[in-house]
Design a protein around this ligand. Sequence first.
Ligand SMILES: [Fe+2]
Length: 225
Amino acid sequence: MSDKRGLLSEDAIAKYGAELADRGTVLIAPDTLFTKDELTRIDQLQSDIPEEQVRKGDAGDCHNVFVKRVRLDHAGHNPSNVNGTASAQIIELLERKERVSALRRIFGASSEYVIRRCQMHRMPPGSFVGIHLDAESDPDFEYSVIVQLATEFEGGEFVVYPPDRKLQVFRPHLGAVLITTCRFWHEVRQVHAGERRSLVYFCSKFGGANRRIVEDHAARVRSAS
Ligand SMILES: [Fe+2]
Protein backbone atom coordinates (compact mmCIF):
# COMPACT_ATOMS: atom_id res chain seq x y z
CA MET A 1 0.00 0.00 0.00
CA SER A 2 1.32 3.42 -0.89
CA ASP A 3 0.53 6.44 1.26
CA LYS A 4 1.76 9.36 -0.85
CA ARG A 5 1.52 12.40 1.40
CA GLY A 6 4.95 13.97 1.06
CA LEU A 7 7.95 13.70 -1.23
CA LEU A 8 8.08 9.95 -0.74
CA SER A 9 5.48 7.36 0.16
CA GLU A 10 5.59 5.83 3.63
CA ASP A 11 6.55 2.55 1.97
CA ALA A 12 9.51 4.14 0.18
CA ILE A 13 10.71 5.90 3.35
CA ALA A 14 10.54 2.61 5.25
CA LYS A 15 12.44 0.78 2.49
CA TYR A 16 15.18 3.44 2.21
CA GLY A 17 15.44 3.73 5.99
CA ALA A 18 15.86 -0.01 6.43
CA GLU A 19 18.56 -0.10 3.76
CA LEU A 20 20.43 2.82 5.34
CA ALA A 21 20.27 1.18 8.78
CA ASP A 22 21.44 -2.15 7.38
CA ARG A 23 24.13 -1.08 4.89
CA GLY A 24 25.11 2.44 6.01
CA THR A 25 24.43 3.78 2.53
CA VAL A 26 21.32 4.16 0.40
CA LEU A 27 20.62 5.60 -3.06
CA ILE A 28 17.36 7.54 -3.38
CA ALA A 29 15.77 7.56 -6.86
CA PRO A 30 15.77 10.76 -8.98
CA ASP A 31 12.73 13.09 -8.87
CA THR A 32 11.84 12.22 -5.31
CA LEU A 33 13.81 14.24 -2.75
CA PHE A 34 14.50 16.99 -5.34
CA THR A 35 12.38 17.97 -8.33
CA LYS A 36 13.95 18.93 -11.66
CA ASP A 37 12.96 22.56 -11.02
CA GLU A 38 14.78 22.50 -7.69
CA LEU A 39 17.92 21.10 -9.32
CA THR A 40 17.74 23.88 -11.94
CA ARG A 41 17.35 26.44 -9.15
CA ILE A 42 20.38 25.06 -7.30
CA ASP A 43 22.37 25.31 -10.53
CA GLN A 44 21.32 28.93 -11.00
CA LEU A 45 22.17 29.88 -7.41
CA GLN A 46 25.54 28.17 -7.34
CA SER A 47 26.74 30.13 -10.38
CA ASP A 48 27.06 33.19 -8.08
CA ILE A 49 29.37 31.41 -5.61
CA PRO A 50 33.16 31.64 -6.04
CA GLU A 51 35.07 28.41 -6.55
CA GLU A 52 38.31 27.17 -5.03
CA GLN A 53 40.48 24.18 -5.84
CA VAL A 54 40.97 21.80 -2.92
CA ARG A 55 43.90 19.42 -2.83
CA LYS A 56 43.96 18.59 0.87
CA GLY A 57 41.11 17.53 3.16
CA ASP A 58 40.57 18.44 6.83
CA ALA A 59 42.39 15.32 8.03
CA GLY A 60 45.35 15.57 5.66
CA ASP A 61 43.62 13.43 3.04
CA CYS A 62 44.40 14.02 -0.63
CA HIS A 63 41.87 15.43 -3.11
CA ASN A 64 41.73 17.25 -6.39
CA VAL A 65 38.31 18.86 -6.64
CA PHE A 66 36.77 22.30 -7.22
CA VAL A 67 34.59 23.43 -4.32
CA LYS A 68 32.02 26.17 -3.79
CA ARG A 69 31.31 26.80 -0.11
CA VAL A 70 27.74 27.24 1.06
CA ARG A 71 27.93 26.57 4.81
CA LEU A 72 31.16 26.16 6.78
CA ASP A 73 31.71 24.11 9.93
CA HIS A 74 35.13 24.94 11.34
CA ALA A 75 36.45 23.36 14.53
CA GLY A 76 35.41 25.35 17.59
CA HIS A 77 32.79 27.36 15.71
CA ASN A 78 29.09 27.11 15.01
CA PRO A 79 28.10 26.25 11.44
CA SER A 80 27.71 29.43 9.37
CA ASN A 81 26.70 30.31 5.84
CA VAL A 82 29.20 31.96 3.53
CA ASN A 83 28.91 33.62 0.12
CA GLY A 84 25.80 35.66 0.74
CA THR A 85 22.32 35.36 -0.67
CA ALA A 86 22.98 32.48 -3.08
CA SER A 87 24.13 30.22 -0.24
CA ALA A 88 21.28 31.29 2.04
CA GLN A 89 18.79 30.45 -0.70
CA ILE A 90 20.37 27.04 -1.32
CA ILE A 91 20.11 26.25 2.39
CA GLU A 92 16.52 27.46 2.44
CA LEU A 93 15.75 25.10 -0.46
CA LEU A 94 17.44 22.17 1.29
CA GLU A 95 15.55 22.92 4.50
CA ARG A 96 12.07 22.83 2.95
CA LYS A 97 9.82 21.18 5.46
CA GLU A 98 8.81 18.10 3.47
CA ARG A 99 12.40 17.28 2.51
CA VAL A 100 13.66 17.67 6.08
CA SER A 101 10.83 15.46 7.29
CA ALA A 102 11.48 12.74 4.66
CA LEU A 103 15.21 12.72 5.43
CA ARG A 104 14.70 12.61 9.18
CA ARG A 105 12.50 9.55 8.80
CA ILE A 106 15.00 7.85 6.44
CA PHE A 107 17.70 8.57 9.04
CA GLY A 108 15.42 6.85 11.57
CA ALA A 109 15.57 9.81 13.95
CA SER A 110 12.96 11.06 16.34
CA SER A 111 14.51 14.52 16.71
CA GLU A 112 15.40 17.23 14.21
CA TYR A 113 18.56 17.31 12.13
CA VAL A 114 20.59 20.38 11.20
CA ILE A 115 22.80 20.94 8.19
CA ARG A 116 26.27 21.54 9.61
CA ARG A 117 28.17 21.95 6.36
CA CYS A 118 27.24 22.31 2.70
CA GLN A 119 29.24 22.68 -0.50
CA MET A 120 29.19 22.12 -4.26
CA HIS A 121 31.75 19.86 -5.94
CA ARG A 122 32.88 20.15 -9.56
CA MET A 123 35.14 17.46 -10.91
CA PRO A 124 36.56 17.83 -14.43
CA PRO A 125 38.79 15.07 -15.87
CA GLY A 126 41.66 14.20 -13.53
CA SER A 127 39.71 15.15 -10.39
CA PHE A 128 39.22 12.76 -7.51
CA VAL A 129 38.37 12.74 -3.79
CA GLY A 130 40.81 10.54 -1.91
CA ILE A 131 39.69 8.01 0.66
CA HIS A 132 38.56 9.70 3.88
CA LEU A 133 36.13 9.67 6.81
CA ASP A 134 33.69 12.59 6.99
CA ALA A 135 33.51 12.24 10.79
CA GLU A 136 37.16 13.34 10.96
CA SER A 137 36.03 16.83 9.87
CA ASP A 138 33.38 16.94 12.58
CA PRO A 139 32.71 14.13 15.07
CA ASP A 140 29.03 15.08 15.09
CA PHE A 141 28.51 14.51 11.37
CA GLU A 142 26.10 11.59 11.11
CA TYR A 143 24.97 11.42 7.48
CA SER A 144 26.19 12.98 4.27
CA VAL A 145 23.62 13.71 1.59
CA ILE A 146 24.97 13.91 -1.96
CA VAL A 147 22.76 15.29 -4.72
CA GLN A 148 23.93 14.36 -8.20
CA LEU A 149 23.79 17.41 -10.49
CA ALA A 150 25.40 16.05 -13.67
CA THR A 151 25.94 12.60 -15.08
CA GLU A 152 27.73 13.28 -18.38
CA PHE A 153 31.06 11.89 -17.20
CA GLU A 154 33.14 8.74 -17.12
CA GLY A 155 34.83 7.40 -14.00
CA GLY A 156 34.02 9.33 -10.81
CA GLU A 157 32.37 6.39 -9.06
CA PHE A 158 31.48 6.89 -5.39
CA VAL A 159 33.00 3.98 -3.48
CA VAL A 160 32.11 3.12 0.13
CA TYR A 161 34.17 0.72 2.26
CA PRO A 162 31.91 -0.70 5.00
CA PRO A 163 33.99 -2.33 7.76
CA ASP A 164 32.09 -5.61 7.74
CA ARG A 165 31.21 -6.25 4.10
CA LYS A 166 32.59 -5.75 0.63
CA LEU A 167 32.91 -2.32 -0.94
CA GLN A 168 29.95 -0.67 -2.63
CA VAL A 169 30.32 1.23 -5.91
CA PHE A 170 27.73 3.86 -6.90
CA ARG A 171 27.14 5.70 -10.19
CA PRO A 172 24.08 7.82 -9.33
CA HIS A 173 21.80 9.21 -12.06
CA LEU A 174 21.03 12.92 -12.42
CA GLY A 175 18.83 13.99 -9.50
CA ALA A 176 19.52 10.86 -7.47
CA VAL A 177 20.53 11.35 -3.83
CA LEU A 178 23.11 9.22 -2.12
CA ILE A 179 22.97 9.11 1.69
CA THR A 180 25.85 7.57 3.57
CA THR A 181 26.92 7.36 7.19
CA CYS A 182 29.86 9.65 7.98
CA ARG A 183 31.55 6.72 9.79
CA PHE A 184 32.50 4.67 6.71
CA TRP A 185 35.60 5.29 4.63
CA HIS A 186 34.77 6.40 1.09
CA GLU A 187 36.23 8.04 -2.00
CA VAL A 188 35.32 9.38 -5.43
CA ARG A 189 37.40 7.71 -8.09
CA GLN A 190 39.13 9.80 -10.72
CA VAL A 191 36.95 11.34 -13.41
CA HIS A 192 38.23 10.37 -16.87
CA ALA A 193 35.95 12.40 -19.16
CA GLY A 194 33.12 14.92 -18.90
CA GLU A 195 32.37 16.71 -15.66
CA ARG A 196 30.92 15.35 -12.42
CA ARG A 197 29.01 17.84 -10.27
CA SER A 198 27.26 17.36 -6.96
CA LEU A 199 25.89 19.17 -3.94
CA VAL A 200 27.01 17.69 -0.64
CA TYR A 201 25.68 18.40 2.83
CA PHE A 202 26.32 16.91 6.24
CA CYS A 203 23.58 16.37 8.79
CA SER A 204 23.68 16.08 12.56
CA LYS A 205 21.36 16.28 15.54
CA PHE A 206 23.94 18.55 17.21
CA GLY A 207 23.72 22.23 16.30
CA GLY A 208 26.45 23.75 18.52
CA ALA A 209 30.12 24.53 17.91
CA ASN A 210 32.16 21.90 16.02
CA ARG A 211 33.65 19.61 18.71
CA ARG A 212 36.56 18.43 16.58
CA ILE A 213 39.84 18.65 18.45
CA VAL A 214 42.45 20.10 16.15
CA GLU A 215 45.86 18.67 16.80
CA ASP A 216 48.12 21.49 17.84
CA HIS A 217 51.49 20.52 16.44
CA ALA A 218 53.33 23.39 18.19
CA ALA A 219 51.83 22.46 21.58
CA ARG A 220 52.89 18.84 21.14
CA VAL A 221 56.45 19.88 20.31
CA ARG A 222 56.52 22.17 23.39
CA SER A 223 55.21 19.47 25.74
CA ALA A 224 57.65 16.90 24.36
CA SER A 225 60.68 19.13 24.87
FE1 LIG B 1 33.17 12.53 2.12
